[in-house]
Design a protein around this ligand. Structure first.
Ligand SMILES: [Zn+2]
Length: 304
C-alpha cells in the first residue's frame, strides 16, 4: 500500500475505464479523468461515495487527454455537478469539433458522449487542485496533446497513458503520425528527470518503482523503433481487447467484420500488414489467446 497525501484518492478502475484521481481540498475537489461511457453508473457512485466526494463539491473535471476511456464520464458528471471541464490545450480543437477520428472514438469503434470543454490547461502552468500544486507538463506520444500533472512537494506524477507500470498507451505508427514515436521517447526521458517518487497511472495501481517502469517503457520504445510492424500489431491487439471489454463477448467469426468496419484497424492493415481480414482476425485471436488476454468460450472470444 502506497501512502499518498490525504488530499489524493485514487479510484483504480480497469482497462476499459481509466482511473479517477480525486484531489480533495478543504473546500472543494477536482477529479482527473472520468472513465468510459459503459461504466458511468459506477463512476458516478464511486465519486459520490464516502471515499469520494462525500458531500464535498466538485469544482472541476480535468483530463490528462481526451481518449474515450478518460473523458467518457465528462458529460454525465458535468450534468451532476454543474462544474467546468478543463482539457489539455492540444485536445481543444478536436473536442470543440468533436472529431471522432482525431479523438479515436468512431474511428476506433469506441463511444463517448459529446461534452463541451470550458477551460484549457496549458503545458507549463501550475494549478492548485485539492490544496496541492500540480504542474502541467506536455507528454506527447500515445496522445500528442496529452498532459501529465506533477506535484513536486510529494513527488507524485499523474501520468495518464504516458507511463504505466508496464508500458504505456499504444502509439500511432509512423505512416499515420511520424512524430508520435519520437515524442514517446522524449516524453519518457523527460519523465525520468522529474524525480517522481510515486506514479498514479491512467490504468493499474499506483507504483513507486518509477525508474524501473521508465526503463521498461524505454526498452519497449526501442523495440518499436526497431520494428514498426511490432508497434502496429501491438496497437491493433490493444484495440481488439478494448472492444472485447466493451462488448464482453464477440463471436470469433465476427472479428473479420470488425477488422473491416473499424476505420483505424482497416487503415493500419492496409498500410502495414496487407492481410485479408480473415487472416488478420485469425492471427489476432491466436496470439491474444496465447498471451492470456482473451479466451475462447465456445465459438466466442471473451476477455480473460
Ligand atoms: Zn489514451
Amino acid at each position: 500500500m502506497i501512502a499518498l497525501p490525504p488530499q489524493v484518492h485514487v479510484f483504480v478502475r480497469d482497462w476499459l475505464s481509466a482511473n479517477h484521481v480525486l484531489l480533495k481540498g478543504r473546500n472543494d475537489a477536482v477529479v482527473v479523468d472520468t472513465g468510459y461511457a459503459k461504466h458511468i453508473p459506477l463512476t458516478r457512485a464511486l465519486l459520490a461515495s464516502r471515499a469520494g466526494l462525500d458531500g464535498t463539491s466538485l469544482a472541476r473535471i480535468v483530463n490528462t487527454h481526451c481518449h474515450s476511456d478518460h473523458m467518457g464520464g465528462n458529460a454525465a458528471l458535468q450534468r451532476d455537478y454543474a462544474c467546468p471541464i478543463a482539457i489539455p490545450e492540444g485536445e481543444a480543437r478536436h473536442v470543440a469539433a468533436w472529431d471522432e477520428r482525431a479523438l479515436l472514438i468512431g474511428y476506433a469503434g469506441q463511444r463517448a458522449e459529446r461534452f463541451v470543454a470550458t477551460e484549457i490547461v496549458r503545458a507549463g502552468t501550475v494549478h492548485v487542485w485539492g490544496d496541492l500544486e500540480w504542474r502541467a507538463l506536455a507528454a506527447p506520444g500515445h496522445d500528442m496533446g496529452a498532459l501529465v500533472f506533477f506535484n513536486d512537494a510529494h513527488g507524485i506524477l499523474i501520468s495518464g497513458d504516458a507511463l504505466w507500470r508496464n508500458g504505456y498507451g499504444f502509439v500511432m505508427p509512423a505512416a499515420f503520425d511520424p512524430a508520435a514515436l519520437p515524442a514517446t521517447r522524449a516524453t519518457l526521458e523527460m519523465l525520468g528527470t522529474l524525480g517522481a517518487r510515486c506514479v498514479i497511472p491512467g490504468h493499474g495501481e499506483p507504483f513507486t518503482d518509477v525508474d524501473d517502469a521508465i526503463e521498461r517503457a524505454l526498452r519497449r520504445t526501442a523495440a518499436f523503433e526497431a520494428d514498426p510492424q511490432r508497434l502496429v500489431w501491438h496497437a491493433i491487439k490493444v484495440m481488439l481487447v478494448f472492444t472485447l471489454l466493451d462488448r464482453e463477448r464477440i463471436p470469433a467469426s465476427a472479428i473479420p467484420g470488425w477488422v473491416e468496419r473499424t476505420g483505424i484497424i482497416r487503415d493500419f492493415n492496409a498500410q502495414y500488414l496487407g492481410l485479408a481480414p480473415g487472416a488478420l482476425a485469425e492471427r489476432l485471436a491466436i496470439e491474444l489467446v496465447k498471451t492470456g488476454a482473451l479466451r475462447r468460450d465456445g465459438s466466442d472470444l471473451v476477455p480473460a
